[in-house]
Ligand binder design. Structure first.
Ligand SMILES: Nc1ncnc2c1ncn2[C@@H]1O[C@H](COP(=O)(O)OP(=O)(O)OP(=O)(O)O)[C@@H](O)[C@H]1O
Length: 595
């Protein structure tokens, strides 16, 4: 990455000097200037669509919004458009906030469609709101105030400055917890929510942030053109160009969209000069988009980077496994009042008459279950008996149809998953759900302890977190893989990284979904040891596991689910002899084998 910054800095110096060295070349300056403008848009788009993975196909709308805001205000107030250009950014941001707050509450594809609809709606408004926009006649702005000899050089520097600011802004976002949260959302939104990422707020903020510099650039662009009209300002081709630029260069990377913007801009220019303009551009861009998706799905920069890494593999950083388990001091818990842990033996988690149906199937049927403070409680039962569904209901991944869930003295079934996480609920998954494109270390530090703005803007790895991540990775014996991509690890290793990830926030209650599945026996001993050690330090566990000897050995209490109902609960010894459990799950010839 350092190398990329150096190359970027060198390019910047060349671009800064170009008009000085070569002042009488208006044409290449003009081409570069439009390249800067496209790069501002593609870099901004990358914040919501690259980092967070929510593809906007109508992002050029913000350029139009910025142009119109600045055009209207400059004419109405009789001021130079450059003075009011920041207001173009502000208006675009406010509009993105409004749209985002409505659309980004939900997940999925609705966003893509709505962004196109919004672009078209903006055009219709600009045509019909004549008193403000002069309709199809458009708005004419004053000519640049500088002498003709300066040509477009001031615009060249204005757009270059905006590009530098946009790239710095994007780089800063990627370095914060906000940026890591966006990548987590892209990779697995449901999982991101359960590790404390307020997904709605993150997405809306990212969308708003992605509009600001485009809006401001739109204001400067209006002045550059000295004329704006609805068709030019809200053209779908503008949005397609942004997407193509970011995809070609490398979506989700810092410099990819900039590189892509320059390439696409050159192609666009070539189309205008050699192939007769807009129609050929549509054809070219369409074809280029297909080629990029087929042959460079990750974009140019990531492909080159992967090739470079293969040729120069990074040395593996080895972290010694700690001799003893280092369980960190927990934050002081008040002895009484809000936030105080229940007395040992009191229910930390209380599931009361909870039901969840999938169509005609009742997966969880009037389940009532208490997990007492300080215990390791086992949840066992045949395949399909509703154990994972119950976990999802407790952590908020699924809403319950009826019933109540209480955690640490408060009712939580109406709370979003991240709120439950912040209260001290952590979980692992039956099939691991790590963020595979992140490194192992990034995965471990990804969980968020609260949803304060200050936390969101803080460094992705702050203060003690690096040390804590090191300690936890050492604990599960994977320290030397800290810088590896999580997706490159074996299944068992991923399972262990997920355990380290859950431990990062030191939850009060940890829900483990089949911790032993796919893990080798020596590692299993280590996991058992870790669970016991944490439990001795006050952490409560609810464990789903098919390894019955392990459950009997580890747990203080066991509940048995069958057909979505609790058929038995109590100490392991009594449960394993319960005729109903032998009937429904263990079988009458079952004997506890050595695990
Ligand atoms: N999203 C869903 N949509 C429809 N049916 C579902 C969904 N999730 C779970 N089910 C069904 O609900 C029932 C309970 O599934 P669940 O995964 O909770 O069982 P489980 O006890 O965790 O099983 P296993 O031990 O195999 O993991 C199953 O019949 C399953 O097919």
């Amino acid at each position: 990455m350092k190398r990329a910054h150096l190359v970027a800095a060198a390019c910047l110096v060349v671009l800064l000097l170009y008009p000085v060295v070569n002042p009488w070349q208006p044409y290449p300056q003009g081409v570069l200037l439009l390249g800067f403008l496209l790069a501002v848009q593609a870099t901004s788009w990358n914040i919501i669509s690259g980092y967070a993975g929510y593809v906007s196909l109508g992002h050029s709308m913000f350029l139009g919004v910025g142009s119109y805001t600045v055009g209207i205000l400059a004419v109405a107030w009789g001021v130079n458009p450059l003075w009011v250009a920041p207001l173009g950014g502000v208006t675009a941001t406010v509009i993105a906030l409004l749209i985002g707050t409505v659309v980004l509450r939900t997940r999925g594809h609705a966003f893509v469609i709505i962004t196109i609809a919004m672009l078209l709606a903006a055009q219709i408004i600009a045509v019909n709101f004549r008193s403000l926009t002069h309709g199809s006649d458009g708005i004419t702005l004053e000519l640049p105030f500088w002498h003709r000899d300066f040509q477009n050089i001031p615009f060249y520097y204005a757009f270059l400055l905006l590009l530098v600011l946009t790239v710095l802004f994007s780089a800063w976002i990627r370095r914060t917890k906000f940026g890591t949260g966006l990548v987590a959302i892209r990779e697995d939104e449901g999982k991101a929510a359960t590790i404390g990422v307020d997904t709605t707020r993150f997405k809306v903020t990212a969308y708003a942030a992605s509009a600001f510099f485009i809006g401001m650039a739109g204001g400067v662009y209006a002045y550059y053109l000295t004329f704006i009209n609805p068709v030019g300002s809200f053209a779908i081709l503008g949005s397609v160009t942004i997407v193509l630029a970011a995809l070609a260069g490398g979506r989700g990377t810092l410099y990819g969209p900039v590189l892509g913007a320059f390439i696409v801009n050159l192609i666009s220019e070539a189309a205008t000069v050699y192939a007769g303009g807009v129609q050929s551009r549509v054809l070219l861009f369409g074809g280029a988009l297909v080629l990029v998706v087929l042959f460079l799905p990750k974009g140019i920069l990531p492909t080159v980077e992967a090739w470079w890494r293969r040729r120069n593999p990074a040395p593996v950083e080895y972290i010694e496994q700690p001799a003893a388990l280092a369980v960190r001091e927990r934050a002081p818990v008040p002895e009484s009042g809000e936030g105080a842990l229940p007395e040992p033996g009191e229910a930390l988690l209380s599931v009361r008459g909870v039901t969840r149906r999938f169509g005609g199937l009742t997966a969880v049927d009037e389940v009532s279950l208490d997990v007492r403070q300080g215990t390791i409680t086992g949840l066992i039962g045949p395949n399909g008996s509703g154990k994972t569904t119950l976990f999802n209901l407790v952590t908020g991944g699924l809403p319950a149809d009826s019933g109540e869930i209480w955690f640490d003295g408060r009712r939580v079934d109406g709370l979003r998953p991240w709120r439950r996480c912040h209260l001290g609920l952590g979980r692992s998954y039956q099939v691991t759900r790590l963020f595979k494109e992140m490194t192992v270390r990034e995965n471990v530090v990804a969980p968020l302890a609260d949803s304060r703005w200050r936390t969101m803007w803080s460094d992705a790895v702050r203060g003690h977190e690096a040390e804590r991540a090191r300690e936890l990775l050492g604990l599960v014996g994977l320290g030397r893989f800290a810088e590896q991509r999580a997706g490159a690890l074996s299944y068992g290793q991923q399972k262990l990284v997920e355990l380290a990830q859950v431990l990062m926030l030191e939850p009060k209650l940890i829900l483990l979904d089949e911790p032993a599945g796919g893990v080798n026996p020596s590692m299993l001993d280590r996991i058992t040891e870790v669970i016991r050690e944490l439990n001795a330090n006050g952490v409560t566990f609810l464990v789903v596991e098919h390894n019955i000897p392990l459950v009997l050995d580890l747990c203080d209490q066991v509940a048995v689910l069958a057909g979505g109902r609790v058929i038995a609960e109590g100490p392991p010894l009594s449960v394993r002899q319960d005729p109903a459990v032998l009937d429904a799950y263990l079988g009458h010839d079952w004997t506890p084998a050595v695990r």
